[in-house]
Write a protein that binds this ligand. Sequence first.
Ligand SMILES: N[C@@H](CCC(=O)N[C@@H](CS)C(=O)NCC(=O)O)C(=O)O
Length: 230
Amino acid sequence: MSQQPTLHLLYSCPFCWKVRGLIEHLGMDVAYVPVNGMKIRKEVAFAGDWGKVPVFTDEAGQHFVDSTPLLRHIDATYNNGLLGTTDDQARQDEWMAWVDTKMSKATVPILYGSLGSALKTTTRISKIEKFGFLSKRLYAWAGFPIMWGIIARKRVKKDGRKPKQLWHDLLTEFTQAHNGQAFFGGESPDLVDFAAFGYMRSISPFPQFDQLTDHEAGMAWYRRMEASLS
Ligand SMILES: N[C@@H](CCC(=O)N[C@@H](CS)C(=O)NCC(=O)O)C(=O)O
């Protein structure tokens, strides 16, 4: 029996945006299913004990988790692996690891790195994510000092740079690795481009995205990535 593939996600989850970009690039017919951020574990319990989003369920009802393995699985299954194989596999693997460690760590500081930005972020999240009646209010009011105090403050302090500077440095390093080409993957994007694009795009629903748009090379690449979606 065949069913429409689904992607269980949170709109504010960078890992989910990685997978969405690839799905949109390939023009796949996938239904997005938002989960309640306060009950992720319960809402994706159907996929086993992983307990996180994104979860991709294919037409046969099989579940796949973890964004980078998921990128590889989708590319291999629906695109003949064209974006995940190159002449220089070591370069692709090395930069995929770079994106998944460096860029993934930069999303929390820019979204929650000061009390003011944490408030902006949680207010926006309470509007765009699926919540229960009470949990929405609880999250909007209690979420921001928690995110700032417990998670972001330590991370910003440890890095030493302002979150904007951190992003600008990462975008400079990443776009320089394109070696003068339009994308990391060359004339067209590869899986590393989609991973990086996902992290950056996850900031786009928030006002802090303004802090990234004045990185010229990074933004030019971002616009090319957007144009590659169908
Ligand atoms: N390595 C995973 C990380 C996924 C992840 O941490 N997702 C978060 C949302 S942004 C989550 O579901 N967290 C729930 C939890 O850890 O309980 C991936 O790349 O997919």
